[in-house]
Design a protein around this ligand. Sequence first.
Ligand code: AMP
Ligand code: MG
Length: 341
Amino acid sequence: MQGRKPEQVCLGIEATADDFGVGILDFEGKVLSNVVDAFVPESGGIHPREAARHHARVAGQVISTAIQQAKIQPEDIAIVAFSQGPGLGPCLRTGATAARALAAYIGVPLVGVNHCVAHIEIGKLATKAKDPVTLYVSGGNTLVSAFDAGRYRVFGETLDIAVGNCLDVFAREVGLRRDGVPFGAVVEKLGRKGRNFLNLPYSVKGMDLSFSGLLTAAITLYRTGKHDLEDLCYSLQETVFSMLAEVTERALAHVEKREVLLTGGVAANERLQEMLKAVADEHNSLFCGVPKEYALDNGAMIAWTGILKYRAGVTTPLVDSFVRLKWRLDDEDALWVTDKC
Ligand code: AMP
Ligand code: MG
């Protein structure tokens, strides 16, 4: 915040899964800081209690680093927002406890935020999209959403695992190594070298998607020992991304919006970006790819959505600040979305 002391800022805490993030924004939507400390399991997937222990360990440090980087004092914080759900119980509870303690200490209101809504709102802020169809694809979520009749509605979603989880489990099962990059990015790199398309179950059911069967099929093909890993990564990506593109395209045609927003950790994938851009072009719509810093789980998205809700008159009393593990984004009136922006 060069030179100017912020009048009002919101501190947002994100802790739905592996990332503990703290972001600070002013009420105009300027990001003053956005700090994330990720839990990386030694092996296997994310164990909720281990991730929560990580969050409890780093919370104090991440909060003070975010405050320092934003060049503010704790008294400058007007509201504390936190990811109230959906997510892993122990992780959510750790983030909520930190948020309650901080809000009580400074004496400011608390605002509980839906994690999926926050991905859309920060995506709109970062790309200037006004009223998009959103494809949100991450390690824990896969959904197509658009605003309609006062709420963000779900037009299609996974019936089982998330697409990021599908890529991660495949990578682990075939023995790929992460070397500091996400498994999805490892699959992407290998997939670029694939040449032969191998048939995998294409599983779109109405507007919903299913990934677990095709994950098993891909692993089974690998175990036959007859196929190159490059071809398998290529085929897996082409299949799952085509499924996502199909559902997004149908939602876009149905709601007749003019923007396609792509967000979540899997949004970093260039092949997926290419496919969604083709969908947007086909329907005379604008493709809006969210920059990585705001597409991954982060505290800034929670802070910004906290500001939007607070300005619309929504705060979360302590008694209502319990975490909501399965909180759907269509389970809340988006009172702050006015005139489709
Ligand atoms: P998130 O759940 O939003 O924190 O995002 C994490 C997910 O994004 C994991 O499943 C990663 O494997 C996935 N991911 C990250 N980079 C890429 C990429 N380049 N291509 C596909 N998936 C990715
Ligand atoms: Mg994450």
